[in-house]
Design a protein around this ligand. Structure first.
Ligand code: C2E
Ligand code: CA
Ligand code: CA
Ligand code: CA
Length: 271
């Protein structure tokens, strides 16, 4: 079997082999950074147009030794495939919970929430609910300030199980947002069943809202769906005033994007 395995390598073209090597090198480097302190959370403001700052989305940044920062778009897929996303995701949750606990000491930041991205693979871990409870307890964070961002990939499998798990986590006080809404295969029938607090309009629709009648119509429709289901709606990727004006006109009052602030280390935040 070993010999066959070695021969099998020949079926890969040199370009494919190179890609495989690069991937396993990245996997090794990710593993190394996870043991050290090669990751940081950056925080991007979320703003309610009526009341002001309401919180932040935590976005992971990887600073491998002796290299430039690597974009999550590049390393999250490798972390997913290798399973490293699971310890990495717990690190994100613990770090965000500790930040919430720090914020609780200051009247200006006490009511802010932090949203974290949860990969489907992590959400389906048998002990996930327990680990959320643990992160909250260990940090002393207020559960009501933690929001979990799920994508539609989470509900590809068993909707009943997902609903039950979400309810267990909500019982702790934690809230849920459905990220990248409109880009997956969401069916409205299960959207109704998920115990969500918020849906997030994907930035791909926001980007071209001024030039694409289709995207404008999609954004209007998403806002209407959210309103009819009684969910908060947030637009991500808001970069300019024209987009903001359009969103305001549709009734979307919560926004995130470069217009309000880029993801930054918490030390650079001025609240
Ligand atoms: P996402 O969850 O959809 O995050 C939004 C992305 O849009 C972020 O990219 C953010 O920096 C970027 N962004 C924010 N405002 C604007 C804007 O006005 N214009 C434009 N063009 N982009 C904007 P980022 O930080 O590179 O993250 C990319 C993706 O990586 C995230 O997409 C998310 O899917 C994933 N990711 C990031 N952090 C984590 C994490 O801690 N865990 C997991 N599982 N995934 C993560
Ligand atoms: Ca997100
Ligand atoms: Ca998103
Ligand atoms: Ca996205």
């Amino acid at each position: 079997a070993k010999a066959a395995g070695r021969n099998a390598v020949r079926f890969f073209s040199p370009a494919m082999q190179e890609a495989i090597n690069a991937r396993s090198a990245m996997e090794a480097a990710l593993r190394h950074s996870l043991q050290g302190d090669g990751f940081r959370l950056f925080y991007q403001p979320q703003v309610n147009l009526d009341t002001g700052l309401i919180g932040a989305e935590a976005l992971i940044r990887w600073f491998p030794e002796q290299h430039q920062a690597v974009s999550p778009a590049q390393f999250i897929p490798v972390a997913e495939d290798s399973g490293l996303i699971i310890p990495l995701g717990y690190w994100v949750m613990q770090t965000a919970c500790r930040q919430l606990r720090l914020w609780a000491n200051d009247a200006r930041t006490r009511d802010l929430k932090i949203a974290i991205n949860v990969s489907a693979r992590q959400f389906h871990q048998p002990d996930y609910v327990e680990r959320v409870r643990e992160a909250l307890q260990e940090s002393g964070a207020n559960p009501a300030r933690l929001q979990l961002e799920l994508t539609e990939s989470v509900v590809l499998e068993n909707v009943d199980e997902v609903v039950e798990r979400m309810q267990q986590i909500r019982a702790l006080g934690v809230t849920f947002s459905l990220d990248d809404f409109g880009t997956g295969f969401s069916s409205l029938s299960y959207l109704k069943r998920l115990p969500l607090d918020q849906i997030k309009i994907d930035q791909s629709f926001v980007r071209d809202v001024m030039t694409s009648a289709n995207d404008a119509a999609i954004v209007r429709a998403i806002v209407a769906i959210a309103q009819s289901l009684g969910l908060q709606v947030i637009a991500e990727g808001v970069e300019n005033q024209a987009q903001l004006d359009f969103l305001t006109e549709t009734g979307c009052r919560v926004c995130q994007g470069y217009l309000f602030g880029r993801p930054e280390p918490i030390e650079d935040w001025t609240v």
